[in-house]
Design a protein around this ligand. Structure first.
Ligand code: ACO
Length: 340
């Protein structure tokens, strides 16, 4: 008989079990994924994700943690939706634990008045192995979720194999094509004069992202939301490195990229957003800001070993820049949804 405990800041032992469960599951299904340390778990719980309410449960078989459930309820938009993440320890799979966690999820989602559940699983693509043996997609289907057919691919840059000559060549070509633009760089807090443009670019990226049949409306991003994300990320121990390109004639920020690292895992970083305003595409600004930002990060994080980034399978422009920089596919993901 399973029991479920809701993770809270006041129960340190449970927080540690939650972190250990996540790390064990990730190292099985996504080998090489950065671990969740107890301190990270504490900070994530204390400083939640801005614009969301989250519930976290750990499932126990007797004293032993065997799985976890995370439900994220968006609070500012997408008010019908709930995002689920269900994980079961590899050694106890196929014993009905996932199904019980899903039943608990549905109970919580219905209690919150939400009508659509969305989830993500690992996925198999040519040349990219799924380490869960196909369990995620089979489970999602068995729970009645439909495949959105919008694969995402995570690529990794292994810094021990960095080709500096190739990066120099990319950068020179980008510089030559981007006359009339100048680079700006900042850390975890954007300069006040850029924050409106950052909100515009962030919102633009979300609007442009391919959503297929997924019942997701673009998030509304404004300057206050940008600041809330910065505060939450910093409180959670994240260190950000940003590079942008300003169009000199208009003074507007028209390209932007961000790499974020967690203070707990000096060997790892995430290449997050990169966006060029559609009106300013064709000047190699994407390559310009990405290479400049990578160099900024390499200087500041000497113990860094790898950088991971995820792109929609169909985002050929960004993928070609990433491949040119040396990023190579490691994992693929698929999105799922069900109307309740
Ligand atoms: N192959 C085929 N069907 C499977 C498999 C598999 N490996 N695993 C689960 N299923 C299907 C079956 O229909 C199964 O019913 P059955 O055993 O009566 O045939 C049904 O799913 C329920 O299986 P459970 O035993 O309840 O699932 P389990 O406890 O093994 O957990 C899970 C499944 C969560 C997918 C686990 O393998 C896991 O943690 N994988 C990695 C993370 C992941 O992909 N999570 C799912 C995200 S989708 C979501 O959250 C809604």
């Amino acid at each position: 008989m399973l029991t479920f405990k809701e993770v809270s800041l006041t129960d340190q032992a449970l927080l540690e079990q939650w972190a250990a469960t996540m790390t064990a599951i990730m190292s099985h299904d996504l080998p090489g994924f950065p671990p969740t340390t107890p301190r990270m778990a504490f900070l994530w719980q204390k400083f939640g994700r801005p614009g969301f309410r989250q519930e976290h449960f750990v499932a126990f078989d007797g004293e032993e943690p065997v799985g976890r459930l995370e439900i994220s309820f968006p609070l500012l938009d997408n008010l019908k939706n709930a995002y689920l993440s269900i994980d079961v320890m590899p050694s106890v799979r196929r014993r009905g634990i996932g199904r019980q966690l899903y039943d608990l999820a549905l109970e919580r989602v219905k209690a919150a008045g939400r009508t659509t559940v969305l989830a993500s699983t690992v996925w198999t693509l040519p040349g990219i192995e799924a380490h869960d043996g196909g369990a995620g997609p089979a489970f999602a289907e068995a729970m009645g979720l439909g495949c959105a057919n919008l694969p995402e691919v995570m690529r990794r840059l292994d810094l021990s194999k960095l080709d500096n000559d190739a990066l120099d060549a990319m950068y020179s070509k980008a510089l030559a094509a981007s006359e009339g633009y100048r680079l700006v760089q900042w850390g975890s807090h954007a300069p006040d004069e850029l924050v409106e443009d950052i909100a515009y670019l962030d919102g633009r990226l979300i609007e442009d992202a391919p959503m297929g049949d997924l019942a997701i409306e673009p998030e509304k991003v404004d300057a206050e939301r940008v600041r809330a994300h910065e505060r939450a990320a910093e409180s959670r121990g994240r260190i950000a490195f940003n590079t942008g390109a300003v169009h000199e004639e208009s003074g507007r920020l028209v390209a932007w990229t961000c790499i974020a690292a967690d203070g707990e895992t000096p060997w790892h970083a995430w290449q997050n957003i990169t966006i060029v305003d559609p009106q300013h595409r064709g000047h190699r600004l994407g390559a310009l800001v990405k290479v400049a930002n990578l160099r900024q990060v390499l200087q500041a994080r000497p113990r860094l070993e790898v950088i991971d980034t995820s792109n929609a399978f169909v985002n050929s422009y960004m993928i070609s820049i990433n491949e040119e920089m040396g990023f190579r596919p490691i994992w693929a993901f698929q999105s799922w949804q069900r109307e309740l």
